[in-house]
Design a protein around this ligand. Structure first.
Ligand SMILES: NC(=O)C1=CN([C@@H]2O[C@H](COP(=O)(O)OP(=O)(O)OC[C@H]3O[C@@H](n4cnc5c(N)ncnc54)[C@H](OP(=O)(O)O)[C@@H]3O)[C@@H](O)[C@H]2O)C=CC1
Ligand SMILES: CC(C)(CO)C(=O)C(=O)O
Length: 309
């Protein structure tokens, strides 16, 4: 199996981390799915690490040229529309990979296109987008992917080959669902706190007191993981506290970028999901609820144009 055509939806911080490598590896076999408005922005060029790129664009309406692999890199609030927009790129053998954070996007996409198409994935790379410019260091993390059943299938091997050719750092974890939960532990204990405090990555690297704040939500995620049967260990919870050390201290997590850009955040994907699972499995998650409400305040203040002092 060889991957010759990849279509990607979502050319923000993460999409732009993957796109240059895939474009170099595949040439016009790499396409960005974009409607008219986004297409004209992309055609005027997108600046990634100071280099301007003009990627081939395909409209959601264009039919008859399906991709071998479709990659989604939109925010959670845009997922439903993106699922509709990728439709003409999905043929009988197309694989679908979601780089969205959180533990829920694969299940949502699978409801529309079927579980058998899904390749489970995550990225630990930290990228920042401002206007049409993205800064990313591929050394800050990697991409992880695998089959839900954790077999090294021909599909997984083909994606690994593609990522090698594209010079994108990757690994295939022993258990992809577990790896996605570990990433969820990172995000639930960094993103909402960073968004409320307007804290750059450095706050999560150099402040001992921040560890205590993070531990309170980490504890809730661990309890919920036990209830659903994923069972994150105490070692995972400790390890996660140091995992952000490779990030640029002046960099910002994606939720802080949302708040600063005046966008709605992914609070439902991170905290809403935890609250729902807590209710379902009878696990108390008061810190998740508190953070959820704090983010709602930040979003409402943004909407009403109220400034932080
Ligand atoms: N930034 C980071 O460091 C990391 C982010 N993530 C996760 O990756 C996902 C993407 O985040 P990030 O890249 O930061 O998000 P961004 O907001 O930077 O980028 C999302 C992009 O998707 C585009 N988009 C949305 N809907 C569509 C659509 N229907 N068709 C075409 N384009 C669309 C947006 O365009 P427009 O602006 O025009 O709406 C935007 O350019 C999130 O789930 C995030 O949590 C994971 C790891 C790290
Ligand atoms: C890079 C990292 C882990 C920072 O929290 C992230 O996933 C994000 O920004 O959403």
């Amino acid at each position: 199996m060889e991957i010759k055509k990849v279509s990607m939806i979502g050319m923000g911080a993460i999409g732009c981390s993957v796109a240059p490598g895939l474009f170099k590896a595949l040439g016009n076999g790499f396409r960005v799915i974009a409607d008219e408005k986004r297409k004209s922005k992309l055609e005027s060029g997108i600046v990634i690490n100071d280099e301007t790129y003009k990627f081939p664009v395909v409209s959601p309406e264009e039919k008859g040229d399906e991709a071998d692999l479709v990659i989604l890199a939109v925010k959670y609030g845009h997922l439903e529309q993106a699922i509709v927009d990728i439709e003409n790129q999905v043929g009988p053998n197309t694989m679908i990979m979601s780089l969205l954070n959180g533990i829920s996007s694969e299940g949502i996409i699978a409801k529309h296109y079927g579980e058998d198409r899904m390749i489970y994935s995550l990225t630990s790379i930290n990228a920042v987008m401002k206007g049409n410019a993205v800064k990313v260091s591929l050394d800050s993390g990697e991409f992880m992917f695998g089959e839900k059943e954790n077999i090294i299938s021909e599909r997984v091997k083909a994606i690994a080959k593609l990522f090698e050719e594209a010079k994108l750092p990757y690994s295939i974890p022993e258990n992809i669902e577990y790896a996605i939960w570990k990433k969820y532990l990172i995000n639930t204990s960094i993103n909402p706190i960073a968004a409320v405090m307007r804290a750059k990555n450095g706050f999560f690297q150099d402040l001992d007191s921040m560890k205590l704040v993070r531990k309170s939500i980490i504890d809730e995620v661990q309890k919920v993981s036990n209830a659903v049967g994923v069972c994150l260990t105490d070692e995972d919870c400790e390890e996660i506290l140091t995992v952000s050390k490779n990030y640029n201290p002046n960099g910002k997590c994606s939720m802080l970028q949302d708040v600063e850009a005046g966008r709605k955040t992914e609070k439902d994907m991170f905290l809403g999901t935890l609250i729902e699972l807590g209710e379902k499995y009878n696990v108390d998650v008061p810190i998740a609820k508190f953070l959820y409400h704090m983010i709602s305040v930040v979003e409402e203040a943004n909407e009403k144009g109220m400034q932080i002092a």
